[in-house]
Design a protein around this ligand. Sequence first.
Ligand code: FES
Length: 576
Amino acid sequence: MTDTGTHGRRRSAAWFGAGGRSGMVYRSWMRNQGYSGEVFDGRPVIGIATTWSELAPCNSHLQRVAESVKRGVWQAGGFPLEFPAMALGETLMRPTAMLYRNLLAMEAEELIRANPLDGVVLLSGCDKTTPGLLMAASSVDLPAIMVTGGPMLNGKYRGGDVGSGTQVWRFEAELAAGRMTEEECFAEGCMARSNGHCMTMGTASTMASMAEALGMQLPYSASWPAVDSRRYETAQRAGQRIVAMVEEDLRPSQIMTRAAFENAIRVNAAIGGSTNAVIHLLAIAGRLGVPLSLDDFDALAREVPTLVDLQPSGRFLMEDFCYAGGLPVVMRELGGLLHTEAATVNGRTVAENVGDAECWNREVIRTLDDPFQEAGTGTAVLRGNLAPNGAVIKQSAASRHLLQHRGRALVFDTPEDYIAVHADEDLPVDEDTVLVIRGSGPRGYPGMPEVSNVVLPPKLLRKGVEDMVRICDGRMSGTGFGTVVLHVAPESAVGGPLALVRDGDWITLDVPARALTLEVAEEELERRRATWQPPPPVAARGWSRLYTERVLQADQGLDLDFLVGSSGHEVPRESH
Ligand code: FES
């Protein structure tokens, strides 16, 4: 049977509307859950894809969010069915949750297509769950709406606010410098004190904001704290809305257009969002066939100032951002820099959604005339002989005096190699040294972990050095900071030039010129290339092997090559 669309006969009717033995089987087994027969009367069947898990603490409240969504679906005349999709918890998963983003995307794509669903609500929270579900929904292209789980309340410690993640990096540096003891920096129970994802503008908050900026979740959804009643009210409204979206046949491909991605990139610059958004947006766009390149990020972000004074670049946290008015205020402020005619899941345009947004705290959300950071200080894309396919740096999290820097390389093949010796007093390093950390890319690690902002050598920290240039083919946590060149492509494990750097080579970083240069003659690099040996495969079997064999490089979003594009929502053949 082919797709019946949402006009006339629904997709779910191929199951629940079927006659004979098949229809009886489909309906009868569902009735073992206590559903009465009228739920099979042709009403829209709405899947609720939840990434709930006790192993993903940031998503541990999504069952409650799902209950609110279900309430809305029932209210609007739909039939809600919750199903689990792989939960990816950033803090516990090894070697890195990023290794599994594509597995979640693949699993959710197949689950949505294989089941009798007419539309889907996507419940996410922790970093990779939002892009993973958006990638899946993009490839299936059934009506879909996202509900992120919301940030934790502000951390509170000794009378002040502490941000999850960001504060951990600061504690680590203070500890290494000998300025704090383990006991003094003990803030475990005070930092993560409610349900929700990290409450800095880290990757989770960034991707929740991206989902809203792309038009895939209802206005204000990104910032309601996870424990705020309005989070659950919003989830209920999303449940109501998805039923209408099925009637309207409003699908991700109609919402996440090139214009929507341009909006998201500019919003990311305005909120001081995570560099991980670059990778995730590239991957989502790839699923939709929307042309998007690394250079688009630089070009589009250059004219956008940072408006939001949030950690890790600034002072405040997501709870403050929410009370200041949230993302609609930022989008209203950006005004002419956005495609305000872009469609969103509620059937209204961006202009209609944000037109009456009011700011309640100008310290947290600044204006275009008085921004937190000037235009051009967001994520920059670098190129040069050290990163022929590009690298990125988050300028707002870097030290101004290091944005143009020349120094000698000190090279480590893996982040573990560096950590093993970084505290040695005789480590040949000073504040001008450029730390090169390789072996951290998509294939080499595998999964491109967030290891790039390695802690500085303690002997320099004790001298008061707070930042150094670091260059890596890995990623950095959205909560991290420092002058760190990330996502170097191609990565060292596939023979990218990063693999050819040697101790003592001069490296020049020139962010204003967008250049990253290894000052070694091409002939010498050719000599080194001729003797370079690829590292042995890091994965012998299973998902990791498939991943390392088929993953794309950072400049292409790290999707698996055979998952790029759409597979649609045609009803699969029947097996009985
Ligand atoms: Fe889940 Fe930070 S660890 S969002």
